[in-house]
Design a protein around this ligand. Structure first.
Ligand code: ZN
Length: 75
């Protein structure tokens, strides 16, 4: 399967609409405990050219509440 160069319209992890997507090439810290805007961030490994990257899909609280029912969560 060819790696996507552009992010899809929906999050490929949970298939929910997302508010924004960010691309990272190195490690970083994520802390959403006190985040009023975003409830969940999904991570997708990808490549941009020959560079491995990670895409972060940011879901707002509203979007997270309308997620697909077959999503598997532990909360
Ligand atoms: Zn997601």
């Amino acid at each position: 399967m060819a790696a996507r160069e552009e992010p899809p319209a929906r999050c490929p992890v949970c298939e929910t609409m997302y508010d924004s997507v960010s691309v990272h090439e190195s490690g970083l810290m994520v802390n959403l405990l006190d985040n009023e805007r975003y409830r969940r961030v999904c991570f997708e490994p990808a490549t941009r050219g020959a560079t491995p990257i990670i895409r972060f899909y940011h879901h707002t609280h509203e979007q997270a509440d309308t997620e697909s029912t077959d999503d598997v969560r532990t909360e």
